[in-house]
Design a protein around this ligand. Structure first.
Ligand code: V47
Ligand code: SF4
Length: 382
């Protein structure tokens, strides 16, 4: 049965409650759903129903394609001035212990180690360290550009920018322009967590506010950069908080059209100050991906970050609205392994990624960071 037939069958169902039928009709006629509708979905909708709606939207926007890229991460430091309770990765400056700070040479050595490999993106993200200044990163980006001018530099969360620009006494726009001149090409989605002020105060009260996060992304969009957006879900937030978070993103996207993709990040409870909070089930993960796909009608892509949820769940998400599973990673990030994720050394070859996607009947496409198609792998022989 194709997506249209599944939706028609759902619309004819005698057992659907009137509110769920009404939401399904909106989706079928490409109407935007309201915040209250999304709350109803979270509270009442079964996984099968959500899958039909999310898959319908996903196939309308992206057909059968599943995007991935060839990337690696540089994590300059895990020492951080902030104290987010969910973070398993950071160490306070005064308790360095197993903390690290990479030198300029070490970062450039990482880039050089990819010299003859066909990677297209470097994702730079880490803790917030007072000695790693705006000036320092301008120099790093210029040096990366010299070594690999073809590499797309996607760097820093809004949290890192807010601190770096404040320390350098420049406005967001001034600081961003300086980094763009040095080679910055786009911005990842981290640091958004949950925008609701009460929950934010509870889990990460000392870092940039929701308003600052949104302002930084808006400024970047106005300067011509694309960015991503995330949500950290499945901890102490309510369904309404998740919907409110997506609503603020949907409004900004209406204004700027600068977001590429939305990435729901599942809270993992290993080795952090919120370890007593139970993780949500895989069913709840899939419901959340699907509702994100239904709600964010102005986002082209929904990404499942496989190092965080694992390969098997990443495959399942492809039937619940997801059309992107990030990249090869090459074991260059520690954020999720330190929080107890299944993938302790996240790395997938292109062949393995392609197999993962084809195994569930989808069409693998290698993209660059901005979703230009680089290679169609459907009929590719390795
Ligand atoms: O902001 C930290 C999250 C984010 C935990 O834009 C945790 O392409 C779950 O944003 N459990 C940083 N999540 C990573 C990030 C990201 C990752 C991949 C791709 C992109 C992209 C962005 O990691 C943080 C926070 O929300 N995080 N600790 C944890 N215990
Ligand atoms: Fe620092 Fe980011 Fe961890 Fe918060 S989530 S403590 S800002 S590294």
């Amino acid at each position: 049965m194709n997506v249209n037939e599944s939706l028609t069958l759902l619309l004819c169902s005698q057992t659907l409650s009137s509110d769920l039928l009404n939401i399904a009709q909106k989706v079928a006629s490409s109407q935007r759903i309201r915040e209250e509708d999304a709350v109803v979905l979270y509270e009442k909708a079964e996984l099968g129903y959500l899958g039909v709606l999310a898959n319908f939207i996903r196939e309308k926007k992206n057909g059968n394609y599943v995007y991935f890229n060839r990337n690696f991460h540089i994590e300059p430091t895990n020492l951080c001035v902030f104290t987010c309770k969910f973070c398993s990765y950071s160490r306070l400056l005064k308790q360095a212990g197993d903390g690290w700070v990479l030198s300029k040479e070490q970062m450039l050595d990482i880039v050089k180690s990819y010299e003859d490999k066909p990677v297209t993106e470097v994702h730079v993200v880490g803790g917030v360290h007072p000695k790693l200044t705006l000036e320092f990163f301008i120099d790093i980006f210029q040096s990366i550009q010299k070594i690999r001018p073809d590499l797309h530099i996607k760097a820093f969360t809004a949290v890192e920018y807010e601190y770096m620009f404040r320390k350098a006494k420049v406005t967001i726009s001034e600081g961003m322009k300086m980094l763009i001149d040095a080679g910055l090409k786009s911005i990842p989605g981290g640091g958004a967590e949950i925008f609701d002020e009460t929950v934010r105060a509870e889990i990460c009260g000392d870092k940039c506010t929701a308003e600052q996060w949104l302002e930084i992304h808006e400024t970047a969009h106005n300067l011509g950069l694309k960015s991503n957006a995330t949500i950290l879900y499945g901890h102490i937030e309510s369904f309404r908080h998740r919907v409110n978070h997506m609503e603020r993103l949907r409004q900004l996207q209406d204004k700027t059209r600068g977001f590429n993709t939305f990435i729901p990040l599942k809270f993992r409870n290993g080795h952090n100050q919120m370890s007593q909070v139970k993780e949500v089930s895989t069913v709840e993960d899939l419901r959340n991906y699907a509702i994100s796909r239904i709600y964010l009608d102005n986002f082209d892509h929904i990404k499942a970050y496989w190092p965080m949820i694992g390969r098997a769940t990443a495959q399942l998400t492809l039937n619940f609205g997801v059309d992107d599973i990030d990249g090869t990673i090459d074991d260059t990030t520690k954020i999720y392994s330190m929080a107890g994720a299944e993938e302790q050394n996240p790395s997938l070859s292109t062949q393995e990624l392609v197999h993962l996607i084809k195994q569930v009947g989808r069409h693998p496409i290698e993209r660059d960071t901005l979703y230009n198609i680089l290679q169609d792998y459907n009929d590719f022989e390795f």
